[in-house]
Design a protein around this ligand. Sequence first.
Ligand SMILES: [Zn+2]
Length: 346
Amino acid sequence: MRNLFSFIALLIGHTVLLGQNSFSFEGRENNPGSKNYYEIQVSDGKDSTFIPVTVFHGAKPGPVLGITAGIHGYEYPPILAAQKIIEKLDAKQLSGTVILVQMANIPAFLGRSPFLNPLDGKNLNRSFPGEEKGSITARLAHTITQKIIARSDFFVDMHAGDSPEDLMPYNAWYNSEAFPEASKKGKAMALAMGFDYTIRFQIAKERVLQPSLYCSQEAFHRQIPTVDIECGRLGMSGEQETNKIVSSIFSLLSHLQMMPNENSNSSPSTIITQRTSVKSDHTGIFYSEKHAGDSVTKGESIGYITNFFGEQIKEVTANASGIILYKIGTPPINKGDTLFNIGHLP
Ligand SMILES: [Zn+2]
């Protein structure tokens, strides 16, 4: 009998050891193996909105992965991927916690507004870490910083080509001498996600002392290993791109040992460490037969700009050889706009 009691005590002790605590979020306890929805209210006294967030709290202990979709409300594949993740991610299978921001910028999404929040005309992805007492976009950034990024051990921000941006799918990691450990882990995360191209975002040592501006960069400034996704083009929904994002997140969960290993047969990513922009020094109408993903050679003609009477005022040439990561995919062009971004191939 005594032996039986000790056996049971041992068993209970063991279970507690392996077991998972609840996860407190927005004043509510998330039980192990549960999925819960939140609407975090944000208001500046004039304008109000909310941030829909899903917390997946795994049955087993592990790290916290923060994911944001819809920082730009016109970039649909990440937003639709986040919708699919709600169904596909089983908290009972999960080790650790996923905090998924379903849509960071509801006003931009419902307002069908590229880049900017129509309520105050500001770009959420130039507003981090945000301000507690600022206008609505600054408060959205502040809320995401405090409630999601600050709680994360790993972080992913998901984007796509906005309405005028023709873009080739890639992901990227933050790299800086200032934070070698977060850089190394971020690189391993990015390479595990199955993108053909992975970009190194190089951040100068001094830059990490300044305001981050970008959502993902805010995570990196907090020494959190961080990856960006860019997948989707020209403001389109893109089912293929949506599915690509979902599978990349599941590959990442396997890499972080938060989910059982999925069989991935993806070929290794090509790493791009250098990029060159082709800027416009004219305002007018832009023509180009090139697309994102096309290869270009330095000096090659890759488009032209006309004035508003159809007269060519500029031939656009490639100022570097490589692959077009993104380009302006629509006719309007302003002086100073980036026409092309060319990734140098190794
Ligand atoms: Zn974006």
